[in-house]
Design a protein. Structure first.
Length: 159
């Protein structure tokens, strides 16, 4: 009974922070940052490395990008560090909500088309269509990593 109550409590606390994605269990909200893209429509590949630095920082290299509204981009992401990292793309407020949820529930597992989690040495990709102009965030939301520097901006220029 206690496990069931804890599970319901965890779900209730986590769900507002997770409403921006398509976690297992389904959220079908339209995302301001855009939507999953089709590989056939990719017009640019952006290579991103996630890693730790000798001085204790954690970074995306590069960390800031400029794309165009309506453009479909393939983010080719490599974890060149010694720790597990994430690449999450979303609105700043949604990233911060998700960050808070991850701090409360660090073992939370989720699958979102706008995010990928990679163990050391692994690579992956996200194909994304930017449907709205604006500035959006990329971030690693493993607890402590955002604060150590693993975040940046994607500026989407209007058509």
């Amino acid at each position: 009974m206690k496990a069931a109550i804890f599970g319901l409590l965890a779900a209730a606390l986590a769900s507002p922070a997770l409403a921006s994605g398509s976690h297992e269990g389904g959220h079908d909200e339209v995302m301001a940052v855009g939507e999953p893209g089709k590989k056939a429509d990719v017009t640019q590949t952006i290579r991103v490395t996630m890693k730790e630095t000798d001085d204790g920082q954690m970074i995306f290299a590069p960390s800031d990008f400029q794309v165009r509204e309506g453009q479909t981009v393939r983010f080719a992401i490599k974890n060149a560090g010694e720790l597990e990292h994430e690449f999450v793309l979303d609105q700043r407020d949604k990233v911060m909500e998700h960050k808070a949820a991850m701090e409360k529930f660090p073992d939370m597992e989720h699958e979102d088309p706008n995010a990928i989690r990679l163990t050391p040495g692994k690579s992956g990709e996200i194909v994304w269509k930017f449907t709205n102009a604006g500035t959006f965030k990329i971030a690693c939301l493993v607890p402590g990593h955002y604060d150590a520097g693993v975040h940046g901006d994607v500026t989407v220029a209007q058509k």
